[in-house]
Ligand binder design. Structure first.
Ligand SMILES: Nc1nc2c(ncn2[C@@H]2O[C@H](COP(=O)(O)OP(=O)(O)OP(=O)(O)O)[C@@H](O)[C@H]2O)c(=O)[nH]1
Ligand SMILES: [Mg+2]
Ligand SMILES: [Zn+2]
Length: 592
């Protein structure tokens, strides 16, 4: 074995199965086929990299973690087992995990144990129709900083959630998207559809970084696995390598992987069914809803349009440059809306792609993307209720409050002080009639909708994240006037990044979800969301996001620019309330 990396119990550190695709992980031997003596599945591999400080090409060695086969190693440059910088564990289908990172330690630290471990896996995927903004959303969300800004007065909490450094190969998929985002900022070049990105699969990553090691792995698979030729050709192409975030929370290490799935997976003849099936075992789904394709948005999108600018370019800015012109706009929207609706319908179907009959607990993080458009509509005096058919927004907001009230009454969520106060008010006296409770739910829903119909206040919720007071008058004898103090994003962060905060309901989230559910109803998802709310195994939450923060228009078939010439697209890590709240929700399992 390599110096500094003693042979050990890999299964104890990582488990025996890949959390992403279910293939073998670590040194558990796959089953052997009695007739041929070959493995029925591809075993896991270890990849050791001698990076020589990142100068010049790296030396490598791959070892199959089953059977007794000699490892393969690079000859040019020759592999040096005494200067290994990174050790990776690859699952049977190539997903990359950090086994050891000697490169992160030097000097007097050199002899410390560099083996990594994962106490828990947290697997997340984004779903949504093509060009709904999943990639922009994800890349901006992953770059939100979980530290507080004006934090000199905040309690230092060494056990708070913190990100761990990733090793180079783990970082690669995120790097690819980060570079693309920076291109959008530099010259407007829009990010391509995720389905066209070959580097998104382990195969593509290995081909780019270690093509010879990839060949060596394929050669071994060909030799030792049943149906080896086909298995070798398909190795690393089954399920995308997720974008990874590794965190510590009070010594508890979580590996969070987010699969950025392309919208085309959800078309009728979804290209990669196997990838879709795996979604069932995931912990959270980010379902991205795209406002401009919803049927109901036609009217208010016309309000938002700038009469002095070419219509096709405006559509292209919001729907992806080069994919729509004036004549095809209807077709594109109708097709994408159909996919959006199909996803909604499929989520609760038993034995569908997302729900198995068991009903494993799943967090549904419904995210309204492109909220800059909604802000623009509010500026034109549209009001939140104007986003959908009559009654939609109100029904959605009340639905969210009602279901949250039920969850809380059943003891299934712990609210913070502000949320607790609101829920107590909604519940009323112990023997309060059901009708009075409904009145109060409607009072609060209507009050919040009215407050957030103001474009500045809406943007404060979505983006700026400052503290706000919401005053809600009483309309009947069952009601009392209410004054809510919605905490700032900093205050929200302070509560949410403490260990043990998972499962807590914070007022800022409750308010964003209430408004978000209202808008999601307006975007045509009323039926789908109503049935999701009925499912006890789904935890529903809603987020309002605008990764680009300003309305874009297309310059041509490939490039975007902010419609307002005084604006620019934000730096990748610019803080936004909705994105940070989404990140905290994605990391729910890690915040224990
Ligand atoms: N108004 C507005 N438009 C956005 C925003 N983010 C993305 N868009 C538009 O949506 C298009 C698609 O964004 P992507 O993130 O690539 O979409 P996707 O969902 O990853 O698409 P696929 O990978 O094809 O499934 C962009 O080219 C922009 O035109 C935003 O914050 N506001
Ligand atoms: Mg994408
Ligand atoms: Zn895997």
């Amino acid at each position: 074995m390599t110096a500094g990396v003693p042979r050990d119990d890999v299964a104890g550190r990582f488990g025996t199965h890949c959390p992403v695709c279910g293939s073998a992980l670590g040194d558990t031997e796959p089953r052997v086929d009695a007739d041929t003596g070959r493995f029925t599945q591809s075993p896991s591999f270890r990849l050791e990299v001698d990076d020589s400080g990142g100068q010049g090409p790296a030396g490598w060695r791959v070892t199959m973690l089953a059977g007794n086969y000699p490892p393969a190693e690079s000859t040019d440059p020759p592999f040096n087992p005494h200067s290994v910088d990174y050790v990776y564990l690859l699952c049977g289908d190539g997903h990359i995990f950090p086994d050891a990172t000697p490169a992160f330690l030097g000097g007097t630290q050199r002899h410390r144990d560099v083996r990594q471990r994962v106490d828990d896996f947290n697997v997340v995927a984004t779903v949504g129709s093509p060009a709904s903004g999943k990639t922009y959303l994800l890349i901006r969300t992953l770059h939100q900083n979980l530290d507080m800004r004006g934090s000199w007065h905040a309690e230092r909490d060494p056990a708070r959630i913190r990100a761990r450094e990733l090793s180079p190969l783990e970082k690669l998929p995120t790097r690819t998207w980060t570079d693309r985002y920076d291109m959008t900022r530099k010259d407007g070049t829009a990010i391509h559809p995720s389905g066209t990105e070959s580097a998104a699969y382990p195969f593509g990553i290995m081909q780019r970084r270690f093509p010879r090691a990839l060949n060596a792995i394929q050669a071994m698979v060909r030799k030792v696995v049943l149906d080896g030729g086909r298995r070798a050709d398909n190795w690393g192409k089954g399920f995308r390598q997720p974008l990874v975030l590794r965190t510590d929370s009070g010594g508890f290490r979580t590996w969070t992987g987010i699969a950025d799935l392309p919208g085309e997976l959800f078309t009728e003849d979804g290209v990669n069914r196997r990838e879709l099936r795996m979604l069932r075992s995931f912990d959270a789904l980010v379902w991205v809803l795209d406002p401009p394709v919803a049927h109901s948005s036609r009217r208010w999108m016309r309000l938002v349009a700038d009469p002095d600018l070419d219509e096709s370019l405006q559509l292209g800015g919001n729907l992806r440059p080069g994919t729509v012109d004036k004549s095809s706009a209807d077709t594109v929207r109708v097709n994408r809306e159909a996919i959006q609706n199909r996803i909604g319908e499929k989520i609760t179907v038993i034995d569908g792609p997302l729900a198995d009959a068991e009903g494993r607990p799943l967090q549904m993080l419904v995210t309204i993307s492109k909220c800059d458009l909604i802000r623009a509509a509010l500026r034109k005096g549209c009001g939140l209720t104007g986003l959908g058919a009559a009654g939609d927004v109100m029904a959605g907001a009340a639905t969210y409050l009602g279901f949250t009230l039920n969850r809380w009454s059943a003891g299934r969520t712990t609210p913070d002080a502000g949320a607790g106060q609101l829920l107590h008010y909604l519940l009323g006296a112990r023997h309060a009639p059901e009708a009075g409770r409904r009145r109060r739910v409607e009072q609060i829903a209507a009050g919040l909708i009215r407050h957030y119909s103001d474009d500045t206040e809406f943007w404060n919720l979505v983006h700026d994240g400052a503290e706000t007071k919401v005053s809600i008058p009483a309309g009947s004898i069952a009601e009392h006037p209410q004054s809510l103090r919605i905490p700032s994003l900093d205050e929200h962060l302070d509560s949410a990044r403490r260990p043990g905060s998972d499962g807590h309901l914070l007022l800022r989230d409750l308010v964003m979800s209430t408004i978000g559910c209202g808008i999601a109803f307006a975007l045509g998802q009323r039926d789908a969301l109503n049935s999701m709310h009925q499912e006890a195994w789904l935890t529903m939450r809603y987020f309002l996001c605008s990764p680009l923060t300003t309305v874009p228009v297309a310059k041509n078939d490939e490039q975007l620019r902010p419609r307002d010439p005084d604006d620019c697209f934000p730096p990748i890590n610019e803080r936004a309330a909705g994105l940070t709240q989404l990140l905290l929700a994605i990391l729910e399992r890690a915040r224990r």
